[in-house]
Write a protein that binds this ligand. Structure first.
Ligand code: NAD
Ligand code: UD1
Length: 346
């Protein structure tokens, strides 16, 4: 079976995708420098799959080390490139770190692919490229205009997409699929892998689970005066396992030579927008736990509402988000409980 390079494979989405790839029969080499993940994730993956992925502690900024890695694993046929810095707030404070890490990692891979005859790459992009879509573009499909980025992080995703386009138009012998994720949440149903937030979480779900666990006193809901049904912001929350499966399908499409174009773009979401309050109330109900919260002012830079029109992915990839929000929110809570048990002293 073919071997896939998963950069950022010990991270949140990368670890779930590694599981799905291995369960689909692929061999996987993970490259990760652990700047935002933990080596123990490999044990979780092995416990789920029954075998270990190969792992190399390499920084994707290190061209020479990557070059040697491609020599070592000469059977790599495709890459799923997750490795990136992803904290929006931090990117405003340290923009150069974000431009260096996110752009140069991709450039190194794109340069090395033809050298090592690796033809296919899946790139992790984000719905952040759409900004606040115009009313006539909600839900958002792939033809919606790209809006000026609201942060250096968002800008790196836009520039990376352009870099891939330019490389392919310059006749690089590669094909690419760009996946624009909406809001990934949840954890593997085994509760053996999940998201490992660093410090105080910025994203909604880790904050909700930590509040339910009593690690945080209360959740602050950022604004209830938006032009939405209950006044809180609306997002398209996509289960991480569903998201992971889309990567396997996208890669196979390229390997099987089924692409209509050398570069294709897909939105990955459920097609359903949920408000912050709906998420909190559903989380409380399905897990039978309390989540104390207060309404505070709006968070700067927040988008009022955005959700996906995933029809292209549904039709062309034959992929559809399947897990219900109840299943997903249960898995988030189970993962938080697992984390809590792991961190307790013996
Ligand atoms: P994550 O931080 O959990 O995983 C990223 C992994 O990449 C980490 O394990 C980190 O150690 C590694 N990494 C970072 N820079 C590296 C480098 N230079 N060399 C080697 N390893 C490096 O993040 P995630 O949530 O799994 O996100 C994966 C990808 O999806 C990222 O590109 C992110 O921007 C994108 N994305 C994420 C979300 C989200 O909400 N999680 C939404 C849209 C897009
Ligand atoms: C964030 C990123 C975006 C990234 C996306 C997917 C920002 C500005 N944008 O978007 O680039 O692509 O994640 O991971 O960070 N909320 C609260 N209280 C909290 C935390 C969040 O009310 O403590 C609300 C937010 O106002 C928002 C919703 O929950 O309405 C989701 O927030 P979050 O998880 O941070 O994701 P996004 O803001 O959609």
């Amino acid at each position: 079976m073919a071997r896939i390079l998963v950069t950022g494979g010990t991270g949140y989405i990368g670890s779930h995708t590694t599981v799905e790839l291995m369960q689909a029969g692929y061999d996987v080499t993970i490259v990760d420098n652990l700047m935002n993940s933990n080596i123990d994730v490999l044990d979780g993956i092995a416990a789920i799959v029954g075998r270990r992925p190969d792992y190399e502690n390499i920084d994707c900024l290190d061209y020479v080390a990557l070059d040697k890695m491609f020599e070592k694993y000469a059977d790599i046929v495709g890459i799923i490139h997750f490795a990136a810095s992803k904290a929006v707030g931090e990117s405003v404070e340290k923009p150069l770190l974000y431009y260096r890490n996110n752009l140069n990692s991709l450039i190194n891979l794109l340069e090395l692919m033809p050298v090592h005859k690796v033809k296919h790459i899946v790139f992790s992009s984000s719905c952040t490229v759409y900004g606040q879509p115009d009313a006539d573009h909600l839900p958002v499909d792939e033809t919606a205009p790209i809006k000026p980025a609201l942060s250096p992080y968002g800008n790196t995703k836009q520039i990376c997409e352009e870099i891939i386009h330019d490389a392919i138009h310059a006749k690089s012998p590669i094909t690419a699929i760009i996946l624009r994720y909406f809001n990934p949440i949840g954890a593997h149903p085994s509760a053996l892998i999940g998201e490992l937030p660093n410090g105080i979480p910025n994203n909604l779900l880790p904050y909700v689970t930590q509040t339910a666990m009593g690690i945080r006193k209360e959740l602050s809901i950022f604004g209830n005066d938006y032009n939405t049904p209950d006044g809180t912001c609306v997002r398209d929350y996509i289960d991480v396992v569903d998201l992971a499966k889309a990567h396997v399908v996208a890669l196979k499409r390229m390997i099987d030579g089924k692409q209509d174009d050398k570069i294709e773009i897909f939105n990955l979401g459920t097609g359903r927008g949920l408000s912050v309050l709906e998420i909190v109330e559903t989380f409380k109900r399905v897990n039978n736990v309390d989540v104390p919260y207060k309404i505070v002012g709006r968070r700067e830079g927040d988008i009022e509402q955005v959700w996906a029109k995933p029809d292209k992915a549904n039709k062309v990839l034959g992929w559809k988000a399947e897990r219900t929000i109840e299943e997903t929110l249960r898995s988030s809570w189970q993962w938080q409980q697992h984390l809590n048990n792991m961190q307790k002293p013996d």
